[in-house]
Write a protein that binds this ligand. Structure first.
Ligand SMILES: *Cc1c(COP(=O)(O)O)cnc(C)c1O
Length: 370
């Protein structure tokens, strides 16, 4: 066939991409919806951020500040960074895509882990590059496995730390070991979307490693603990050479004015963030304990979600549990696409939602064992 007959042909790899399926958000009519499928916070956004949205909404006719200066400044102040090392994005998803656009071409390879965040694979393939999957050990990234897959074609390594959907993390000395083992031209991407939630002395989001190395970047998001998922705000901390390259590729107004204003207020509202961490730590422990007591296996999580594994017995699997919970308004996330066909990912929700899921699952399992 000639191309005249087939029509426009997408780039190599594009049609091999499996679409990203967002978390479901529909409950049956008549029951209260508890959306626990997208790791959104049950606490909403900071009142300061909401006020900033209202104020910024007064002038939709004006282009936003293409440099997102106010947001970069706020992030830099709160985290003690140089604004020249920060790039903001339309969600960290955009930054992950920009990284691939800037550094990957056909024939290149990029490594991600077995149960890693699906956006990496999608963005690698969109460049016609090859995703290389590093096996995990006990649902945790394995530094040796990653380093063993580095080839002359490797350009990037993606590591979500903590990872979604497993909730597991790599201690900082392991991350350092990973960086130390990579060739200098390979870019290590530390996706720290859940960093604020982690309460472990041996964890670091990676700021110091970025500062000390020329080949590490860290991405962060306002979609999780800051409760601003609807506005799409992410940021990247990296060496100036990386920021400069990505800055040339990005859209000139990639953040909207509401996002810039709200993000700047949200990152400064430390009390709001602290309260969200408190809520999460308490209920993460409670949910993990209760589900374990029901006989379910829960992968130990440091994020704002848990990966719950169901028995293999007929009628008690993840698909049946999902249907049972959905009927009662509790929407969790199927994670078969992540290599967990018999597990559900549950976002830590409000007290009401957490208690509701635990009672519903007790009923589900009890009914099934009788
Ligand atoms: C939720 C999430 C993000 C955030 O994406 P945004 O585009 O900023 O909303 C990034 N990485 C991981 C691993 C996530 O789970």
């Amino acid at each position: 066939m000639t191309s005249e007959m087939t029509g426009p042909v997408p780039n190599k790899g594009v049609l091999d991409i499996e679409r990203y399926e967002p978390g479901k958000s529909k409950a049956p009519a008549g029951v209260t919806l508890h959306k626990l499928s997208s790791n959104e916070t049950p606490l909403g956004a900071s009142p300061r951020a909401r006020a900033a949205i209202t104020a910024a909404a007064a002038h939709p006719e004006l282009y936003p500040d293409g440099q997102a200066t106010a947001l970069k400044q706020a992030i830099a102040e709160v985290h003690g960074l140089n604004p020249a090392n920060i790039l903001c994005g339309n969600g960290s998803d955009e930054l992950l895509g920009l990284l691939c656009q800037t550094y990957l071409a056909e024939g290149d390879e990029a490594i991600h882990t077995e149960h890693g965040f699906l956006v990496y694979k999608i963005q690698i393939m969109a460049r016609g590059a090859t995703p290389v999957v590093a096996p995990e050990t006990d649902a945790r990234a394995d530094v040796e496995a990653i380093l063993g897959l580095v080839s002359p074609r490797t350009k990037m390594v993606f590591l979500a730390n903590p990872n979604n959907p497993t909730g597991t993390y790599l201690p900082f000395d392991e991350v350092r070991r990973l960086q130390a083992g990579l060739p200098r031209h390979v870019l290590l991407v530390l996706d720290a979307a859940y960093a604020e939630y982690v309460r472990r002395n041996d964890y670091s989001a990676g700021i110091e490693l970025v500062s000390q190395s020329g080949n590490v970047v860290m991405t962060r998001t306002f979609s999780k603990i800051h409760g601003l998922a609807a506005l799409r705000i992410g940021w990247l901390y990296g060496p100036e050479a990386v920021i400069d390259a990505m800055d040339r590729v990005r859209g000139p107004f990639n953040l909207n004015a509401l996002a810039i204003a709200a993000g700047a207020e949200a990152v400064r509202d430390r009390a709001f963030v602290d309260a969200a961490v408190e809520h999460n730590s308490h209920w993460l422990e409670w949910v993990t304990g209760e589900l374990t007591a029901l006989g379910l296996t829960v992968t130990p999580s440091v994020g704002n979600f848990v990966l719950v594994h169901f028995p293999d017995t007929t009628g008690k699997g993840a698909a049946e549990a999902d249907a049972f919970l959905t009927q009662r308004g509790f929407i969790l996330r199927r994670v078969a696409g992540y290599g967990f066909p018999n597990a559900l990912r549950m976002t830590i929700g409000s007290e009401e939602a957490n208690r509701g899921v635990v009672s519903a699952l007790a009923e589900f399992l009890g009914a099934a064992t009788r």
